[in-house]
Design a protein around this ligand. Sequence first.
Ligand code: PLP
Length: 428
Amino acid sequence: MHEIAKEKIPFVTREMVEEIEKKYPTPFHIYDEKGIRQNARRLKEAFAWNKGFKEFFAVKATPNPFIIKILKEEGCGVDCASIQELYLAEAVGMGEGDIMFSSNETPAGEFTKARQLGAYINLDDITMIDFLDKECGIPETVFCRFNPGGFYNVSNGIMDNPGDSKCGMTRHQIADAFRRLKGLGVKKFGIHAFLCSGAVTNDYYPMLAKDLFQLAVELKEETDADICYINLSGGVGIPYRPGVKACDIMKIGEGVRAAYEEVITPAGMEVAIFTELGRFMLAPYGHLIVKAIHEKHIYKEYIGVNACAANLMRPAMYGAYHHITVLGKEDAEPDHKYDVVGNLCENNDKFAIDRDLPRIDMGDYLCIHDTGAHGFAMGYNYNGMLRSAELLLREDGEVQLIRRAETAKDYFATFDFCDVMKNAGYKK
Ligand SMILES: *Cc1c(COP(=O)(O)O)cnc(C)c1O
């Protein structure tokens, strides 16, 4: 389970995709219910020592109600940052205590909605106290988001740059915020911080936890606030490349426990640990399945597929690596070097560059791995491209359509212009 995988094994086969495509044409994102549930259960087990532990899945990673419902059944809540995400949470039946509202630059009206749903309010800045108070009053429980500034060095090369992040309050401000909130009647406090993204290490959460535990002890002394919750937020990464070792969530849970016993217990405190994992919860349990439809031989070898960066933006946006398996050729020699590209008029529309793959024939299905989080969600409509369907491979092996593909009509739906647009749609 935690050994280093030399190859990544898709949860679908060529035969399965051929069968699925009879009903739901490629491209599509497909999610693995079994994998999602098993992983959610491991997380819960890793933190079972902590009374009150709860994962609030970061909705932005995979905003599909069918997926969020599965996570809800596994005991997860949600982390929302916009009113649309709050509606999603409401639609799935998330209630009192199930929602963390970790917004920033919050527009008017969203705190009101969050409070109506019984969400925890997580303030990104000290100026949000007055904003919240004026809009809908101050609840009994409030979280404040902390930003320590500078660089956050976790371990061998894994670091991030909170000093350059727009989110959170300074050390000085968070103490001030706690005093002010206390004066406004807040009874229970939470501390939240997101200091390192995509950390593929067992050290990040324990290190962050220790820092936040120490901060909690200090803030209690300085402000006498009753600190009940520590929210470690997201950031635990996954191995996108084969040969990289996955995080061991049991070790992570134990590491956080050690920090808890070192800092929180001697201070006579008790806090519930919250997490807002997105990538870790879902990324490995989603694939984008595409079909090779053109090949091109110029200065390099290109394989054109029937999807593009609009379906998966991470490679184009961050140069992110997503592993590719040519379905049915899992055991073939990777003796060809290809750029695997989409059809945007943008040269960064490449799912892979100089990738060693087996020979690809037209009609081959390519499985692009680890698209379950921040995959479909980041989709867009540039060049008039449409977002694909999302499918769920259920535990019983059935395939369920959990979001249909966009159509030309959807693309034009916000115009009231002419019948060509209203009746748009390519008929095969
Ligand atoms: C994006 C985000 C997360 C999830 O991040 P991952 O890297 O997917 O774990 C959690 N909390 C907040 C506030 C976020 O913005």
